[in-house]
Design a protein around this ligand. Structure first.
Ligand SMILES: [Zn+2]
Ligand SMILES: [Zn+2]
Length: 286
């Protein structure tokens, strides 16, 4: 298996170990190329995002690792940047420039309500907060909250132009079938509309394996039906393990590659010194 890891956390954000410890274990596991993607700073206090004052050190530490592991491991610098609608996040171009990024991963973990100034719905984290946030931000209106989630992904794609969209249907993780069904017509419609926007922009969709190996959800983000639709629409796909600890670096990687293959995909997007390239799945599996 030709492993890669383009969505990787370290202790610059909520990852558990240093970049060097990640690199050492990546080499042990036979990974050939890695991209660090700490959560970019957000304009409020969090436990999970990198504080702004660490950004310079983030840049120099990736440079240091690049030199130290030259010839053993290809290392790239990225960020997993939050897009928070209504001008509540820092434009991705600022990160591209300040951190001299090789590429950028765009995420929506925080949904903003266009009609409510300071309300934010945090989708990730403990399940209890999903309902609390939905009530506080969208008066418990799940259709409105989820529709805004996808609208804001669309906005992120067109206005910020990320290279990769992180875990694109993560809004289902803490739903667990409680508030809506993925079969609901309104859900299918907003999903399809979002995929059309992504296809037009040519943005890469990652198949994120973290929910499965953390026991938080039974499918990848996005799930198999969406992966199949991405392939039909010629949306490029990649696999992201989204490791927060070096032990996780290859978790469910093989299974995600095979899922893409079974869904009819022939290639995955991989980052190289020449930018994003399409790599044949047969070559990844060999
Ligand atoms: Zn994320
Ligand atoms: Zn992540």
């Amino acid at each position: 298996m030709q492993y890669f890891s383009f969505h990787t956390h370290s202790d610059f954000c909520d990852g558990k170990t240093s970049m060097e410890a990640v690199c050492e274990e990546a080499i042990n596991k036979g990974i050939k190329s890695i991209g660090f993607s700490s959560h970019a700073p957000v304009p409020f206090e969090t436990k999970w995002a990198m504080p702004f004052h660490k950004l310079e050190d983030y840049v120099s530490s990736t440079k240091k690792c690049k030199n130290k592991y030259k010839g053993k491991l290809e290392i790239f610098r990225s960020l997993e940047a939050d897009y928070i609608a209504h001008n509540k996040s820092i434009p991705f171009d600022v990160w591209r420039r300040l951190a001299q990024l090789d590429y950028i991963i765009g995420s929506v973990h925080l949904v903003s309500n266009p009609e409510k100034e300071n309300a934010i719905w945090f989708l990730d984290g403990p399940i209890e907060n999903y309902e609390i946030g939905l009530n506080a931000c969208f008066e418990g209106d799940i259709k409105k909250g989820v529709s805004q989630y996808y609208k804001q992904i669309q906005e992120m794609v067109t206005s910020q132009k990320p290279d990769v969209i992180a875990h694109m249907d993560k809004v289902i993780m803490n739903n667990k079938g409680r508030f809506f069904s993925e079969e609901d017509t309104w859900y299918q419609e907003i999903l399809e509309e979002t995929l059309q926007v992504i296809a037009k922009a040519g943005t890469i969709v990652e198949v994120n394996t973290r929910g499965i190996y953390r026991g938080k959800y039974h499918s990848f983000f996005p799930n198999k039906a969406i992966i199949e639709r991405c392939i039909e629409l010629n949306i490029p796909l990649t696999v992201s393990v989204d490791a927060h600890h070096p032990d996780e670096l290859t978790c469910e990687f093989e299974s995600a590659i095979k899922t893409i293959q079974q869904a009819g995909g022939m290639h995955v997007s991989v980052f190289t010194t020449d930018g994003w390239e399409q790599k044949a799945i047969d070559a990844v599996i060999s």
